[in-house]
Design a protein around this ligand. Sequence first.
Ligand code: G3H
Length: 582
Amino acid sequence: MSIGGDCRCCVDEEIDAFGEIVDGNGVFKYYADGAWKISSSEESLPVINPTSREPFFAITACTRCEVNKAFHSAKEAQKSWAKTPLFKRAEMLHKVAGVMKEKKNMEAIAECLIKEVAKPDKDAYTEVVRSADLLSYTAEEGIRILSQGKFLVSDSFPGNERNKLCLSSKVPLGIILAIPPFNYPVNLTVSKIGPALIAGNAVVIKPPTQGAVSTLHMIHCFHMSGFPKGLISCVTIKASELGDYMTTHPLVNCISFTGGCETGISISQKAGMIPLQMELGGKDAMIVLEDADLDLAATNIIKGGFSYSGQRCTAVKIVLAMEGIADALVSKVNAQIAKLKIGPPERIDTDIVDVVSEASADFIESLVADAIDNGAKICQGWKRRGNKIWPLLIDNVTTEMRIAWEEPFGPVIPVMRIKSVEEGIEHCNSSKYGLQGCVFTKDINKAILVSDAMESGTIQINAAPARGPDHFPFQGIRDSGIGSQGVTNSINFMTKIKTTVINLPSASYSLAVGDYEYKEPERQLDAGDFEAMRGAPCGYCAMHSLIPSSRLKTPPTTTKLSSPFFLRANTHNCLCTRITYK
Ligand code: G3H
């Protein structure tokens, strides 16, 4: 299945499961209408292995017409899916979670992650398991959230009696366009499509080119689980040609995008009146106070800054260390950097892998060069080979340097020494980003004050920034994003509120015994009405039964009624008094 190497998903027994997603020339198909297809464009796009920098996979390049058809199929499929009982939608998500966790499927997906985005082996497997768990949790959370609505009464608002009863519930948006990034092509796809599907939406996915094959393998698990035809599509495109066409397609009802800031802003400017959920860049600051546990802080700088070579939007992207402890902290971090293993992603003990592309490595290099030119101290010396960049701590960074503000998305961490906690907070809040941040101190009172003052979507106390667990709310402010994610928030985000108001003819108050004032809507009498009233008590004397007027004379069949009292008055006579209620 690979075009350039020894991917483990080529071995015989796995071809059975995933064979249909690739054509005879090794080109990966796109998924639409419940089937795997090669584009009529006959064009393919190479997926470059970041480590070898050689083409490793090839994906088919869909045409505009094929993308359009995927949206139309989604529209049809969504109507039936929205009518599928919630518990069945949840069952389907549990099923696909199980399929993803089957050993051979998990291995096939993880191996693609290793080959096309250089995800380290252990992280690749973790990503698949985490994604399956996310789907199971989404199924359960969806049941909880979507089986409930709200009931409101009108007399809580001034000037109203209790004559309006309002029922509100969550209904699907329609078609969700999911655009995940290269660094989590599996997890950040399921975090969009799981909530979308449980809420009754259809999804069209535009995977990243680098990462597309992992996404396609994961989507095949949905296919094998029997999701309805057309409900899920995964179209591989040249974003430069069809990106705008997809994001502005009239059938799109919501876009969930994770990726670069510029692309996110450009999508939002063109999107029009549809809800947007966006996770963009971050420049997550770690503020280390004088009383911090420095070993803990150093370990979190390593884990938070260097895992997956810093290619996470929640990576620690600047350390703001109080001057009094900065030397000690830097030396602890340097000691741990010396132990990091730099190598290929296939090796189980590799910590630092090649960054995703040459362009990315060039950008990181330009930030480091700028820092050096402006007087920063490079603790390990600069070392790069191809896309491989050796982990680097840059000390004595100042606000004049680009690296103080821009996100490297690589294994490079700047340290800025601060004279006061206010200076650290000020730096954090002056960034155009505001995704996450963290503070290290043993004083919980200080931690809360600093956390409140840092203007970011999430602040971690005594731990590095991280999105998970995947049900926690996750959001950025300023250029870091729009809307909030996390399973619960995404389910809510991918629904809209629909209300139905029951208007009563008169106010009605619960347990207000004796005030019963039912007004039957006016209607014509029929023979059944007279029969039902036979033998009813007299409304005036309450001593005698009434006999229907029909016994005495021709019933007034055209009489209009407005209440039971009038029903009796108009149609009955009291036997003893001979009062005719007319
Ligand atoms: O890269 C962006 C991701 O949302 C970060 O997720 O904190 O689980 O690595 P993570």
